[in-house]
Design a protein around this ligand. Structure first.
Ligand code: GDG
Length: 472
């Protein structure tokens, strides 16, 4: 029987403990939840890096434990992690794809060599289990070469590729020294998916300008293969977030938070530490609010969670220092005996705490400079089971194309963000309800299961189309 093989840089698992005493816990991230309906079935499997540098003698034990969870590891050495993941993926692809090429990208030949080497390592693991009729679904920017590498070995296999981050305009993408090789790698897939129509359009433009391929509508023709390029906006497990709001543990935390913040309106902000998330600019907008509208002092607090991420990369460490400093300055300047303007946490919280915060916040402020989709905005919406609360959302997030009843802002326009906060804080309940009902219906209809189904069905359709063209 044929199987589906999911491949991403990281496995959906958390490894805790240390050498000789590892234990594994499935992680509950959005992708893991969505693909959970697939990879746990039958012989299906998820291939990826387990997230820690596992000593060689420990690997058989971990591999064995992972197998029980339908997972298959690709072990990476510290050097490979440094060069392929931190170097090429996060210092070339991430900045360029988020339009930060001139500030943060550095193009090192050795990073590129390791990127190729690790993509080949993934290929070898895939080839060990790949059988005729299997479906392969490759995820994200760390594995752009993988579809092509698999295609070279198995010309007939059905391959889907989905990019979770934006695809930049041709003018940005062309800066990368290895641009043609990267495109060639992606074009190994039969179906290439992006979060938004604009990402798909940018990809089509880059491919047709940099490679000898032809295109018509959303199909790229390489001469011997036709490849479909389409947008599939990713959803969340909306039912899970709605149900969480009723969990006893969450209700308890809601009660506590409401007590602690009595008489205050709460603006919530949740991100991974990343320059693309616009955290410093958001702080600037909040400070502008306090300065321009002093009546909000002691009436509003910003609850800001920044989840540690990539903090061994110097630019991320520097960003963290800048955030610490900015928060310190604002709090130092505006704090009173019984009011803190910003409650700042540099750590991650259990999902129950996140749910309680989504539930009690009056406003959720999501203002990335650039974001493939942004799941936080959708999780906030799914948690507003009473149809209240206001979402302020950057037009640079993929989610803004769907969540049109949010207050949409340009995150570079401080005055606009500041006015949006004022509008949100003063919005009448009927208007909040009108907007939230529509937002919730969108998020629950186009949930993560719908996303998975749409992609997999389309992949099957593309394969049929290719076969029909071949037999013509
Ligand atoms: C990439 C793309 C795209 C955050 N803090 C905590 C916590 N989180 C969870 C959120 C959410 C996830 O992390 C963040 O997802 P985002 O979509 O907002 O952002 P990225 O991590 O950058 O994701 C993005 C996504 O891929 C999917 O394609 O939308 O554009 O950049 O799920 O809930 N979870 C817990 N505690 C926290 O403190 N448990």
């Amino acid at each position: 029987m044929s199987k589906t093989i999911i491949i991403s840089n990281r496995l959906p698992v958390k490894i805790t403990g240390n050498e000789g005493n590892y234990s594994l816990e499935p992680s509950e991230g959005g992708l893991a939840t969505g693909l959970g309906s697939i990879y746990k079935q039958g012989d299906n499997v998820w291939i990826g890096w387990p997230g820690v540098d596992v000593a060689e003698e420990q690997q058989p034990d971990i591999t064995h434990k992972l197998r029980d969870l339908s997972l298959m590891p690709v072990y990476l050495s510290q050097e490979e992690i440094n060069e392929y993941y931190e170097g090429f993926s996060n210092e070339v692809l991430w900045p360029v794809f988020h339009y930060y090429a001139s500030t943060y990208a550095s193009y090192k030949q050795s990073n590129w060599q390791f990127y190729q080497q690790v993509n080949k390592k993934f290929r070898d693991v895939v080839l060990r289990i790949l059988e005729p009729g299997d479906i392969v679904w490759v995820h994200d920017y760390q594995l752009l070469l993988l579809p092509g590498l698999i295609r070279n070995e198995r010309p007939d296999v059905s391959i889907g590729f989905f990019l979770h981050i934006p695809f930049p305009s041709y003018e940005m993408f062309r800066l990368i020294p290895w641009r043609a090789e990267l495109l060639d790698g992606i074009l190994g897939a039969d179906l290439i998916g992006f979060h938004t129509f604009d990402d798909a359009r940018h990809f089509m433009s880059a491919a047709t300008r940099l490679l000898p391929v032809r295109s018509s509508s959303n199909i790229i023709n390489t001469g011997d293969r036709s490849i479909v390029v389409e947008s599939f906006p990713m959803g969340i497990d909306s039912e899970k977030y709605a149900a969480l709001t009723k969990a006893p543990e969450v209700l308890e935390q809601v009660k506590l938070l409401k007590h602690n913040f009595k008489g205050l309106q709460i603006i919530l902000s949740v991100d991974r530490l990343d320059y693309s998330k616009g955290i410093l600019q958001r702080l600037q907008a909040f400070e502008m609010l306090l300065k321009t509208y002093p009546e909000y002092k002691e009436k509003v607090s910003l609850y800001m969670i920044v989840v540690p991420s990539r903090d061994t990369v110097p630019q991320y460490k520097e960003l963290r220092d800048q955030i610490d400093k900015r928060v310190g300055n604002i709090n130092g300047l505006y704090r009173t005996m019984d009011w803190n303007p910003i409650h700042y946490y540099y750590r991650s919280f259990p999902i129950e705490t996140l749910s309680a915060l989504y539930h009690i916040a009056d406003v959720c402020l999501v203002t990335p400079m650039r974001d493939g989709m942004n799941l936080v905005s959708k999780e906030f919406v799914a948690s507003r089971t009473k149809n209240d609360g206001v979402l302020i959302l950057s037009e640079m997030a993929g989610a803004s194309k769907e969540l049109t009843e949010a207050i949409i802002v340009n995150p570079n326009n401080m005055v606009e963000v500041c006015s949006a906060i004022v509008a949100a804080l003063n919005m009448i309940p009927d208007e909040k309800k009108r907007r939230m009902v529509q937002l919730r219906s969108m998020v629950s209809k186009f949930n993560v299961n719908h996303w998975v189904k749409l992609f997999i069905n389309k992949l099957a359709e593309v394969k049929e189309m290719q076969l029909a063209m071949r037999t013509k």
